[in-house]
Ligand binder design. Structure first.
Ligand SMILES: [Zn+2]
Length: 110
């Protein structure tokens, strides 16, 4: 009866390609306009506090946040499709769009 050789030959030993690189877990957030998942630095966070929706520059607010790409295209899309109004269930202050525009263009104009 033939016994299968269980012992592996040292000679043909390979490095395992399946070794996983240590990957830090980066939390991703979804843009309300394009629904793409991005990391926080790529997004602008909006929060509602005291009945007013504003940009959360610190990113530390515990309020419910909505994210938007730092991209004027997404900003326009969100405005036209009333994504923020829907997300926050309230009307946006007209000044918010100006603030967003500034935040977005400031960051991309590098
Ligand atoms: Zn987007």
């Amino acid at each position: 009866m033939e016994q299968p050789q269980a012992a592996t030959t040292r000679r043909g030993e390979q490095c395992s390609p399946a070794q996983q690189p240590a990957q830090p877990r980066i939390p991703e957030r979804m843009c309300v306009a394009c629904r793409a998942k991005k990391t926080k630095p790529e997004l602008v966070r909006l929060v509602q506090s005291q009945g007013v929706v504003g940009i959360d520059f610190s990113g530390k607010s515990q309020c419910r946040g909505v994210y938007l790409c730092r991209d004027t295209a997404c900003l326009e899309r969100a405005r036209k499709q009333k994504q923020l109004e829907r997300a926050f269930r309230r009307a946006m202050e007209p000044t918010l769009w100006t603030q967003l525009q500034e935040a977005v263009s400031h960051d991309t104009a590098t």
